[in-house]
Design a protein around this ligand. Structure first.
Ligand SMILES: [Zn+2]
Ligand SMILES: [Zn+2]
Length: 161
């Protein structure tokens, strides 16, 4: 694993440093972690490193295509080492859990825009928002207040039909 990470860095034209190895390893063991979570992990493996250094290294890995940065609305950026397959993400509105979901088409851009306005479109970034199984179970709890909202939506849908 160590050797793979070294080879990966070299193949992308990056000098191998303990810092880059530790950050890359943290990204591949914790998919969709935030920079702060990764910094904790890196600190645990190589000792003291500034938060800024972790941010900078993550930026380099993303720029060189070794890591991917996902930025869901209202959440800090998350990082992963699953790159180049144009997969998408499911994000839980309640707890922020993030899960990979394969691209429906397989290659970018997987959605045709209604109009391209003269742009050359090469990617569609898709985030599916909803509630994860854990949060759905909690929502089924009759004491939870926003259950009414779900019931109302259901009623509206029936009314339309
Ligand atoms: Zn959740
Ligand atoms: Zn992912």
């Amino acid at each position: 694993m160590n050797e793979d990470a070294e080879r990966l860095l070299r193949r992308h034209g990056l000098q191998v440093t303990a810092q880059r190895l530790a950050v890359l390893r943290a990204v591949s063991t914790h998919a969709h972690a935030t920079a702060d979570e990764l910094a904790d992990d890196v600190r645990a493996s190589i000792g003291s490193i500034s938060r800024q250094a972790v941010y900078d290294t993550l930026g380099t890995l993303v720029a060189r295509g070794l890591a991917r940065r996902i930025q869901p609305a209202g959440s800090p950026a998350r990082y992963e080492d699953r790159v180049g397959d144009n997969h998408h993400h499911l994000v839980c509105r309640a707890c922020g859990a993030m899960v990979d979901v394969d691209c429906a088409v397989g290659e970018a851009p997987c959605l045709a825009a209604a109009g391209d306005h003269g742009f050359e479109i090469d990617e569609a970034e898709v985030i599916y928002w909803g509630y994860c199984p854990g949060c759905r179970n909690r929502e089924a709890d009759p004491n939870r207040t926003d259950k009414n909202r779900t019931d109302k939506n259901r009623t509206d849908k029936n009314r339309k039909g």
